[in-house]
Design a protein around this ligand. Sequence first.
Ligand code: PEP
Ligand code: MN
Length: 349
Amino acid sequence: MGEIMVISMKLHSTKAEVDAVCERISEFGYKVHSINGEERVVIGVVGVGDVTACLESLEAMPQVEKAVRISAPYKFVSREFRGSKSQIRANGVDIGGDELVVMAGPCSVENEKQILETAHSVARSGAKFLRGGAFKPRTSPYDFQGMELEGLKLLAKAKRETGLGIITEVMSDRDVEMVAEYADILQIGARNMQNFALLKGLGKIGRPVMLKRGLSSTIKELLMSAEYVVAHGNPNVILCERGIRTFETATRNTCDITSIPVLNELSHLPVVLDPSHATGKRSLVPALARAGVAIGADGIIVEVHPQPEKAMSDGAQSLTLGQFEAMMAELKPYVELWKASRVSEFAAV
Ligand code: PEP
Ligand code: MN
């Protein structure tokens, strides 16, 4: 097999514009392998020998966004596609930029008092996003399934009062539009990482998405799922490591901490660590959060509850409001080091 080239057309290009590019490709003697995408057409080309002249010629065409040679199976999300890190803006905050972004809140939205009290407290401690599930993917059908629309409305109220951005889970492609009305970032849970209908639906919305790594998914599978969202029109995807299933039982999941630098090498997308689901145990969360900052995550997402012992889900791994405040204070020197290394990284690009 020869070189694989990916020609990315500008958004909403016409059939005539795509045809003109295909014609240029065949003039070079190369074969169009596939034409995909609706909003953004992507032309896959198999070339043999030195494809440089063809790439340069295609990139000079006004309807072409980018023409690149890519070896990874995931194209748009790969570092080969974009050498520098992507910054994704949500509620006025950049994720993947020069500030470490902290997202915090309960596992589930349970009632008004719980979510407002948490929101005010985590905002004071320095969080920029409030997390909280209104739709909950539970292992048992008899467990609390979430407040749904009522929960989304409570999150909106918390946003109005605190200015925090909202990150909340969407479980079904049927609910994408409704959740997108309330959320600044749509969370895709580990159990839905390969729900391809949902991933395709997310391609059509103008909201950032945070994709959590599946329970037994490889890094490559995570990146392929991110590629689904981007290939279907939404480039704003954040990746999240939340631990994977192994033979170890001391923790709820095993945190693949190495996945963070691996993802940073393979992809330009921002990477967030979830030390709560990765451990399942409150006492371990601050240590893992420090590790995440030290190893170069762009942010962390942490479960926090005013009364974890009464939480309707994931109480054992939720920090109290005071513990979260203390953790944020302890993280400060690590965040300073993080910033210093970020500046030199940007300077090196
Ligand atoms: C959650 O964030 O509460 C959650 C359900 O996470 P995950 O999908 O990673 O299990
Ligand atoms: Mn949870």
